[in-house]
Design a protein around this ligand. Sequence first.
Ligand code: G3P
Length: 217
Amino acid sequence: MKIFVDTADLNEISELSESGLIDGVTTNPSLASKSEKSFIELIKEISSLIKGPVSAEVTAENLSEMIKEADKLRQISDNIAIKVPLTVDGLKCCKKLSDEGTMVNVTLCFSANQALLAAKCGATFISPFIGRLDDIGINGIDLISDILDIYDNYGYETQVLAASIRHPLHVLQVAKVGSDVATLPPKIIRQLYNHPLTDKGLASFLSDWKKSGKKIT
Ligand code: G3P
């Protein structure tokens, strides 16, 4: 499973990219609004830090304005994926950009039928928001499974990008059902390393080693 980092924080992206684990970045208007940089400058800097897809979201709601914004954003770098909302105009924009060879991430997906439409419009990524479904008592993982089944039935190449991931159990669950990508907040990426038995085991190994007085070199 590919791991994207879901943040617009340049320091976090830079630090996490050194792990070799980060395959891409997703941003959204809420995350980008925390930065003091202009959106274009921010996306430019992010796309220079990471080789994989960097999602940059349009904020216009009608097709012609979306296309104008997308044109500016896709000129920044070859690794920009234009993020569009799952609306009628968003999907028209997706179809146009995809036909022109631009990567598109269709966001704010909450149903398998919406995901079917995005695939038919040539989306590179579909972003189902699992945490926000869990928030209203609907199982977000079932949505990921349903979309994967539907895409498999018809051979759609759109990649399922599990978004709105809130905790490490979500990561395990989307990996078990075969999500192509999960986009994770930096805090969750760091949590994935941790296990108390790893810490306890390491402390015990190192203590025994120290007592023995042995050295590797
Ligand atoms: O990738 C979408 C994500 O940023 C939304 O997460 O936690 O605000 O639902 P959340």
